[in-house]
Design a protein around this ligand. Structure first.
Ligand code: MLT
Length: 278
């Protein structure tokens, strides 16, 4: 019988790969045999939001960031979006790249995906980093807001949606001290197709809660949240911290919803410390 050949690793930036019936974009850097960390971005952003974390960790870790279906360089496919479909894409990416186990780091929507993934596939993840996220499902008011956002996008386009969203993504000071960053994030948002944004809003509005399963998480967990967060505030992080046995929680200063971008210095320090001690 022929021995199964090991797949040659294709490392670098902006690689394309076929996963779960779509073409997905991802970046894969760092030493071949180092522990693997997979980063999942928030909505509606792209893998680019993890550049500073990839740079900080790639000497000692194999760092992978991918574009969630319909975002960045990943195709949408024809299926309706759901968090479960996003989890299937993640598992498929891991299978195609022959990654049995990894550390998983997700911000906001990325955290929703990470929490669903660990609930359903606990043996595939060795630790978890939850950033600016929540285990709760959308409240009726939040669902309503998403439906209004869809109507607004259909009427006024993606640029207005980006302008409205950006206002609540950042800590107030960031609008004067980090103008370039705010512009970069807006640019990523307006480059996401209207169709994908609408499909993702529907997926987010229908997502299931993961709070009731937090106490079953057995791996080390780091929870990070911006001190000026308006979308999933420090209380949401505190709730997860109390539910997850042995979890560590830290507040990122001078940061709103995008704490890894607004204060990468403190964020990366905490990330490195957690990865060294876990
Ligand atoms: C995100 O950054 O992923 C979104 O703010 C999540 C959400 O809208 O619930």
């Amino acid at each position: 019988m022929k021995a199964k050949q090991k797949r040659m690793r294709n490392s670098g930036k902006n690689i394309k790969i076929s996963v779960n019936n779509i073409i997905a974009g991802y970046t894969d850097e760092g030493p071949e045999n180092a522990p693997v960390i997979i980063f999942i971005h928030g909505f509606p952003f792209s893998k680019e939001m993890w550049n500073k974390q990839m740079e900080a960790l790639r000497e000692n870790f194999r760092v992978i960031a991918y574009d969630v279906r319909g975002h960045g360089n990943s195709y949408s496919g024809t299926d309706d979006f759901t968090i479960e479909l996003f989890v299937k894409d993640l598992l498929s990416l891991m299978d195609v790249l022959e990654i049995k186990k990894s550390v998983l780091c997700g911000l906001s929507m990325g955290g929703y995906i990470a929490l669903n993934a660990i609930e359903n596939h606990p043996y595939r993840f060795e630790s978890l980093i939850l950033c600016d996220t929540s285990c709760k499902a959308d409240s009726p008011e939040a669902k309503d807001k998403r439906m209004k956002a869809i109507d607004d996008i259909l009427e006024n386009g993606i640029e207005k949606f980006a302008d409205d969203s950006v206002k609540i993504f950042f800590a107030p000071d960031s609008f004067s001290t980090k103008k370039e960053l705010v512009a970069e994030v807006r640019e990523i948002m307006i480059n996401t197709s209207e169709k994908s944004v609408i499909k993702t809003l529907l997926a987010l509005s229908k997502r299931k809660e993961t709070c009731s399963k937090l106490s079953e998480i057995k791996v080390p967990v780091l929870i990070l949240v911006g001190n000026e967060h308006k979308i999933t505030p420090p209380e949401a992080a505190q709730f997860m911290h109390e539910e997850i046995n042995g979890s560590v929680m830290s507040i990122i200063k001078n940061a709103g919803h995008l704490s890894n971008l607004e204060n990468p210095g403190q964020f990366n320090e905490l990330l490195k410390r957690f990865l060294q001690n876990k």
